[in-house]
Structures are given as structure tokens and as C-alpha cells.
Design a protein around this ligand. Structure first.
Ligand SMILES: CC[C@H](O)CC(=O)C(=O)O
Ligand code: MN
Length: 334
């Protein structure tokens, strides 16, 4: 039976969907449920990675360190993981969460064409004895062979696996297949995939990635995540089982945590509304979703007009402050 390693990012990507407002109690219950249900890596951070709590990205309700410490007390088997975007998070932050918060894995995320900025963070993680993952964001913005070159760089820094992120939820299954196949043949480490559901393709694209050779896949309980959310973890557990793939997940256990713990925390149903559909269609970073909604309200614009403009300008993660600028410019033209 083919082994599929499942990574949960409810407590990281999911935090984009609830304005980074997880409490210590939420994290404790969710991490405990995920660990007991066989999830291998549990990612907990601000939605934009460690140290993301700021005016630009949105402030967290509870401190990241507090949340990580609470999770590390209840996790028995899974690797407590953080996301780190070089420049937002630093090597010092990584050392701190490793030494004081029980973090044993890090996913170092860069824009799809900027793998070179992950070198010092991946190397530092390996020196600390941690699992290090190279995470390439906004995969639709590069060609499969360009992505493979970037993946090779991350492999050369010591990454244990490469994760390809369809951050805008813009890729079609055929695109995902081509990217994953090309990356798998370029590197000799495992390849993973992170989907967003803006075009209702998160599950389909995750299966296309597995078919093409990915052995690590991301999911979130209730699909909680940026834009229309991520691949719904409890559904994924059932689907992998039906496909005869070994994920080691407890399907019923995940359904219970989703229903009893995550659903009551959700601020809105994780659906594909007009705004998230346009995020996917225009190829915009899913994490921009709530920032755009707020800018649209402020300048009395339609979110879709802002999103199309952001797509045209090929805006990338880290340019959240530019959303207000673009909205202001559009309001002046009106
Ligand atoms: C800002 C980090 C980003 O949300 C990482 C991620 O999940 C993605 O690129 O999809
Ligand atoms: Mn994401």
C-alpha cells in the first residue's frame, strides 16, 4: 500500500480564516485531536509564519509561543511544525521555538522563484537536528521546469522534502500533474502538495498530485484556510481510505474534532463565495482574501475589481500593504 504522509495546517493556514484568533484552549483541543488521529506534522504559526503577528499581516489574539507551548504539552507522536517566511521569521526565532516550545520541524516558505533566500534557514534547521521542508509558494507563477530548478536548490540546502503550494488556488489538475511530475524527476527527496479550494479543485488537485508522485499532502479540518480554504482533512482521510492509500489517519477521530471543536470556532462557513472564486480565477494569493474584503469596504469598491487588478500586477506574498494602495487608486478612477 502506498504511504501518504499527511500534514495538518488548520492551526496555521486556518488562522487566516479567523483573523489569527486561535486561543490556547482551541489549540490544545485541536492539536490533541490531530495527534490522536495520526497526523504526522501539525503546523502551528501565525498564518504568515512565525513572527507574522504585525500591523501588515494582522495581529494574533494569543502569542505564538504560548500556542506552541500548549500544543507541545499534548502532542505525543506528531512533529510540532512551524511555517517560516525568511524575513518575517528569522533563524533566531527558529532557534527559540526549537529550544523553548518543542518545535521539531519547520517549513521554510519562499516565493516560487526565490528559493535562494531559504538557504540559511534550512541549513540552521538541519544543524538543530530538525526536519526542514522547502515550501514554494504561488506555483502558478512559474513553469514546471523553473519550479524544479528552485526545488533542486532547496534540496541542496538540506531540505527533507519539497512542498509545492498552489497558494492562489488557481491551478488545474493537469497543471498540478505536470508540476509534480517534473519536480519529482528533478529531486531525490519526497515531494508534497498544498492546495487551495478557490476553484473547487483542492481535493481533485491533491489527488492529481498524489497520482503524479507526491507523497506528502496538506489538509485542514473543515477546510479552514485562506481564501476558500484548503483540502478538507477529514474528507481527505475518507478519500485516501477509499483509494486504498495508507495515510495512517483515524477518519472518525478527525470528523469528531472537525465537528466538535473547529466548527464552533469558525467565523463564516468555509464556502466559495464570489470573492474567493475571484481569488482563484485571477491567480491572487489566498492570504490576501480578508485584506481585500476590508479594502473594498473602506473604499466602497467591489472586491472582484481589486482582485483582478492585483492579479494583473502579479502581486506576491508580503505585498499586503499594497492592497490599500491599489484600492485607493481604483477609487480615484471611479
Ligand atoms: C503567507 C504564507 C502563505 O499563507 C503560505 C501558504 O499557505 C500558501 O502559500 O498557500
Ligand atoms: Mn496556503
Amino acid at each position: 500500500m502506498k504511504k501518504i504522509h499527511v500534514v495538518d495546517t488548520t492551526l496555521r493556514d486556518g488562522s487566516h480564516a479567523i483573523g489569527h484568533s486561535f486561543s490556547v484552549e482551541d489549540v490544545t483541543k485541536i492539536a490533541q485531536g490531530l495527534d490522536a488521529s495520526g497526523v504526522e506534522l501539525i503546523e502551528i504559526s501565525h498564518g504568515d509564519g512565525i513572527n507574522g503577528s504585525s500591523y501588515n499581516y494582522g495581529f494574533m489574539k494569543s502569542s505564538e509561543m504560548e500556542l506552541l507551548k500548549a500544543a507541545s504539552k499534548v502532542i505525543r507522536n506528531a512533529k510540532l511544525t512551524v511555517l517560516l517566511l525568511p524575513g518575517i521569521g528569522t533563524v533566531e526565532d527558529l532557534k527559540y521555538v526549537h529550544e523553548h516550545c518543542g518545535v521539531t520541524a519547520v517549513r521554510v516558505a519562499t516565493h516560487v522563484s526565490e528559493a535562494d533566500i531559504s538557504k540559511q534557514h534550512i541549513e540552521a534547521a538541519k544543524e538543530l537536528g530538525m526536519t526542514a521542508v522547502g515550501f514554494l509558494m504561488l506555483a502558478h507563477m512559474s513553469t514546471p521546469s523553473e519550479i524544479a530548478e528552485q526545488a533542486k536548490l532547496m534540496e541542496s540546502y538540506g531540505a527533507d522534502y519539497i512542498n509545492i503550494a498552489d497558494s492562489a488556488g488557481h491551478l488545474l489538475p493537469e497543471n498540478v500533474s505536470e508540476i509534480i511530475k517534473t519536480v519529482c524527476s528533478a529531486v531525490s527527496i519526497p515531494v508534497g502538495f498544498h492546495a487551495h479550494n478557490n476553484l473547487a479543485l483542492a481535493m481533485g488537485n491533491t489527488l492529481a498530485a498524489i497520482e503524479a508522485g507526491a507523497t506528502y499532502v496538506d489538509g485542514t479540518l473543515c477546510g479552514l484556510g485562506a481564501g476558500a480554504g484548503n483540502t478538507q482533512l477529514e474528507v481527505l482521510a475518507g478519500v485516501l481510505d477509499l483509494k486504498g492509500l495508507d495515510s495512517g489517519l483515524d477518519f472518525y477521530g478527525l470528523m469528531d474534532v472537525a465537528k466538535d471543536v473547529v466548527t464552533p470556532i469558525m467565523k463564516r462557513p468555509q464556502i466559495i463565495d464570489e470573492d474567493s472564486l475571484m481569488v482563484g480565477y485571477a491567480g491572487v494569493y489566498s492570504s490576501f482574501f480578508l485584506h481585500v474584503k476590508r479594502a473594498a469596504e473602506k473604499f466602497q469598491l467591489e472586491s472582484r475589481d481589486i482582485l483582478v487588478e492585483l492579479g494583473k500586477r502579479k502581486m506576491v506574498g508580503g505585498q499586503e500593504d499594497m492592497i490599500i494602495d491599489v484600492a485607493y487608486q481604483l477609487s480615484q478612477k471611479k
